[in-house]
Design a protein around this ligand. Sequence first.
Ligand code: CTP
Length: 465
Amino acid sequence: MASLTVRQLDEALKQQLRLRAARNGRSVEDEVRNILRDAAAEMEAPPPARAGKGQAPPHRPEPPANRVLLIIAGGIAAYKALDLIRRLKERGIAVRCILTKAAEHFVTPLSAGALVGERVFTDLFDPKSEFDVGHIRLARETDLIVVAPATADLMAKLAGGHADDLATAALLATSAKVLLAPAMNPHMWANKATQRNVARLAADGFALVGPNEGEMAEAGERGRGRMAEPLEIAAAVEKLLGANRAQPLKGRRVLVTSGPTHEPIDPVRYIANRSSGKQGHAIAAAAAHAGADVTLVSGPVILPDPPGVKTVHVESARDMLAAVEASLPVDIGIFAAAVADWRVAGEARQKIKKSPGAATPELSLVENPDILSTIAHRKAQRPGLVIGFAAETENVIAHAREKLAKKGCDWILANDVSPETGIMGGDMNTIELVRATGIESWPPQSKEEVAAMLIDRIAQQLATE
Ligand code: CTP
């Protein structure tokens, strides 16, 4: 096999390759090999020939439609802006990024660039950058500018119309909407000068998200000044971009169950499972994003309530069933909760105490109601489309098929939750969509991507009705 040396790549291309390699955790050489391998595979096999035998290739959601220019200013909350990049990209938004000089003390252009997928912009007077993508192009080639964190200093400059660095120059040159996510010490936020600037900016048409109240990075400090969480900012971004977006579930009511249930033993102890609620919450968020009116019935999780979703918090399987029934009628029911199959018979009213010489307590279990099956078998108010999950550790498809029939649901999303897959509690999922018409194997992807793909399939189904 001949070896290949690639010379005369320009700096920009080399930089792109380095970023791409860093993002994929490979050496630059391996990255180049991969690019060549993919290109060769594409030449050999045109898309239709690559699908599995008799099986349509998984239909991916639409390519990115919206563009956001994210300006990261210098504050402790800058690290959260990295998560914001991920959240925006998960939503199919193309992100470009400017780092202010001060921001570079908190995050590096390399880490932001690896997440964005291209180099980040830092310098107003960088001749290469101005020739390549200058501040005017950055300001124009975007649908929305987001400043997160927006520091007191940056907002003061903005309110005064200054343009002495790349960030403020782009902000002054844009005709796009601007969303500010302020973050600062509570005293700085409460300061009259800051409040004057914020009022000026709001009057000038800048949109704001946060700041929130809570603990500050400085030990012992509390108050208003925390930057809004990345999910909140992403929701505000989606709202502002909403006018450009298709909403295939608009006017539909969707119910989602998520998380584990806790089955009490006594007032302080309970039986639970390892479900994190990440998949169910991502589905609720994706349905809301698609314009649906969403009710999420969630067991105890540490996740924030998805923005724009009505969330009902429950503890036990019986509470979950009651909350689900109370939210009917809906058009679509998606049952992603890992409901405990059993509860403890005769829950103790008081804490069970140890006493010397006494026998250890014996727990006897009784079966919980099957929420999915109860709803799918209802004569009245059965949702038009009932979707369940199958959490399996072996014979995934066979068990999923059995569940589809036994529980009376329309679709099952089956996944292998054996500990080695890392799916239960993790960020990734691999789904087999089991329907009466056949099975579709989805690639390993993030739980947000699974959610987007499911909403895409639901939209396709609704379009055929
Ligand atoms: N489910 C439910 N109520 C229950 C148990 C399960 O609504 N009491 C739903 C889950 O939300 C999921 C589907 O049923 O959509 C399958 O759950 P799973 O845990 O895979 O299966 P089980 O029915 O619990 O069966 P088994 O534990 O025997 O696999």
